[in-house]
Write a protein that binds this ligand. Sequence first.
Ligand code: ADP
Length: 429
Amino acid sequence: MAILLGSIADDYTGASDLANTLSKNGLRTIQTVGIPDPGLAMPDVDAVVIAMKIRSVPAGEAVAAARTAENWLRGQGAAHILYKICSTFDSTDAGNIGPVTEALLAGQQAPVLVTPAFPETGRTVYFGHLFVNGQPLDESPLKDHPLNPMYDSDLVRVLGRQTRQAVGLVDLATIRAGADAVRQRMARLVGEGRTMAIADAIAEDDLEVLGEVAADHGLSTGASGLGLGLARALRRRHGTGDGRTGETNTGNRGIGAPVGGHAAIIAGSCSRMTLQQLAAAEKAMPVLRLDPEKLLAGTAEIERALAWAGERLAKGPVAIAASATPEEVASLQARHGRDASGHAIERATSTIAAELVARGVRRLVVAGGETSGAAVDRLAIPAFLIGPEIAPGVPVLRTVGGGHDMLLALKSGNFGGEDFFAQALDAMR
Ligand code: ADP
């Protein structure tokens, strides 16, 4: 059966966040890790979310990967493709939101709607300015992100620096006037030569209007909020009901039989929320703080972590964290460079994850977008079905194919409340 929606997600936690939203809003969804191998038995689904790691790679590489994924998804019948970006618009002036959107727009009707708004998780856009839990993006903790520090909250400007295309705005008042008003505004933007349109949204109703309009087009760029709008619009067009949560078709929320095995948490996110979650975990389980300097020096720190975990795993969940404060991150980056230190630590945390699985861990929580991507690649997991939601944007995932039957939770840095780790382990029991 042809799929209704295809998505290219620029990182793995973002992919599971979106897959969770689509599933919650009535689309049966599978998340694949990269383009599926022809041998993977694909269940009958409405939506396929291809998880990629193209948020923080050179723009040319991201464009090439996104185009290949687009071809595959269009081949599955996807009439609409959502390029899934971070709800905090994580990117630099070099990309990759602008270059990838520009490439995918070729052959599609302009303008493309672009919005990271996801009010449920505190991401709102007003007059093109992104707010994170009420704070302008450039004053929020995202200003200190290790890979994509966000120093400007005006997304028309941010996106404008990333693309040769002219960027316009669909403001909230227009959205509140309804789908036809948005369509008229978009036609006017095209008349002005603007082929990308940042869209405001501060509430779910705004996303519904945007989803309705986006579904007329072949492409949109946004976070899970736009996914919500699209899922509901597509269900209205192709299925029964209005797609709101709790109706008869609620996607694939079953988690299946317990997987057993040991449980562990790996954290590489340095976000404020992850640091708080680790502090909370310390009260409930053994937590090992890795020495980042030693992680960059060789394998001894990895071996120390595995020896530490070895004797504890049989007794209950353990957590191993590279996470550090913005000051510690800045000091490590000053000595070793931003990308070099980030990627070296991702390699180390993914090696630790793989070694823990080799030692019988079957329930694994990973904190950090890049950190999760590196771990899932290392574990060579081909796809996931979407289980119950642990916190907004973070579902339990069950592996499809691959070596081990496992449950995972991939948490983007800022997601979840203080008790997230305990809640995740509970949901995976
Ligand atoms: P988030 O979801 O919070 O953005 P990510 O995993 O995407 O988390 O990004 C965090 C980055 O910080 C990763 O590249 C990770 O390897 C790196 N990192 C982790 N610990 C440290 C540290 N102590 N010093 C510097 N960088 C670190």
